[in-house]
Write a protein that binds this ligand. Structure first.
Ligand SMILES: [Zn+2]
Ligand SMILES: [Zn+2]
Length: 347
């Protein structure tokens, strides 16, 4: 591994600069094998961390990912040639002395950290991740590394997500107090919808939960991969009284359009880390903001960096300034990568 000298505010320090990984605006490039991690454009070889649209795109020649992520990509994009599944913890030689292993990222079903190793240097690309328990996916597995490449979607000290079970309890309390209404929960179709349903089941809600049509295929995919979601029914043509006292899960956009007029006086809820910002909830007309996030909050970001103890941190996207500053305060080298096409507004 080459070490070059770089000038920082703290003085001259060695900067790790392995020549086998090159951050580019459109993704992390591995020049020795002409492959990319989460590229924003179709490439001949891609390693994909998870199925969200800003990480997984259609049209790559060869895709390496978990079987669950490949299944999600298949469902979203139709048949994709050249998919290769790699199980968590399995090591694969990629050529040019480079090995790859996928570890759980705790973000959504199939989400993985990409562990890349060459010549004694280990780099981990986290994709998106969280540290708190999620009944719908395998928990984040920490591994020490030399360079940790992290997101910073909620990279500000103001973002501290509350206990998820407490948010599910608030939803059920609102439903119980309004038996002549329904609760319509806006949730991202991949990950968030299934997690909200699983948390409601954990909280003891075993009544049918109604789904907007955009949710059904991914919920079925989760169930096919062993994530039990209970009695789910399509909203279909139901309306008015038939939905009184029910919980309905729909994409956030559906709650604002004509579709929602069929619902009986809905309590409009939204499950998102952004609901921590009261103004956002008010602006979007959300009556019941639920702070349920699939991304690490400030404490999870900083404790993960401390735990993995990398010599250097690279930040892909989000609110990176505060995290870069925190790294500097804690004597850790850090840099922003300014990736394009990453968007976690949907959390
Ligand atoms: Zn994601
Ligand atoms: Zn993302």
């Amino acid at each position: 591994m080459a070490r070059v000298t770089g000038q920082t505010q703290a003085g001259i320090v060695a900067r790790m600069a392995p020549d086998w990984i090159t951050p580019r605006p459109e993704g992390l490039y591995l020049p020795g094998i002409d492959a990319w991690v989460d590229p924003s454009r179709p490439q001949a070889r891609a390693i994909i961390t998870h199925g969200h649209a800003d990480h997984a795109r259609a049209g790559h020649g060869h895709v390496l990912a978990t079987a669950e992520t490949l299944a999600i990509m298949h469902q979203r994009f139709g048949p994709q040639p050249g998919g290769q599944a790699l199980a968590y913890g399995e090591r694969l030689a990629l050529g040019d002395g480079l090995t790859c292993m996928l570890l759980p990222a705790g973000h959504v079903l199939g989400s993985a950290q990409v562990v890349l190793e060459k010549a004694g240097t280990r780099i981990i690309v986290s994709g998106d991740y969280k540290r708190r328990a999620d009944p719908t996916c395998v928990a984040f597995e920490p591994l020490a590394c030399d360079i940790f490449i992290t997101e910073a979607t909620f990279g500000l000290p103001v973002f501290r997500h509350p206990d998820t079970a407490g948010e599910a309890t608030r939803l059920l309390a609102a439903l119980a107090a309004n038996s002549d209404r329904c609760v319509a929960v806006g949730a991202y179709a991949l990950g968030k919808a299934q997690r909200v349903i699983a948390e409601l089941r954990r909280a003891g809600h075993d009544a049918p939960i109604y789904l907007h049509g955009a949710m059904t295929a991914l919920c079925a995919l989760y169930e096919a991969h062993g994530v039990a979601l209970g009695d789910l029914r399509p909203v279909g043509t139901l309306k008015g009284d038939a939905l009184k006292g029910a919980i309905i899960i729909a994409p956030p956009s559906a709650l604002r359009d004509v579709w929602s007029r069929r619902l009986p006086d809905p309590i409009t809820a939204m499950a998102s880390g952004w609901m921590r910002v009261r103004q956002r909830a008010v602006q979007s007309g959300i009556e019941l903001p639920l702070v349920i996030s699939d991304h690490a909050d400030w404490d999870e970001l900083t404790t993960t960096i401390t735990e993995l103890n990398p010599a250097e941190v690279w930040v892909t996207h989000g609110r990176e300034e505060a995290l870069l500053h925190w790294c500097e305060l804690h004597q850790r080298r850090a840099r922003a990568l300014d990736m394009v096409g990453r968007d976690d507004e949907g959390d």
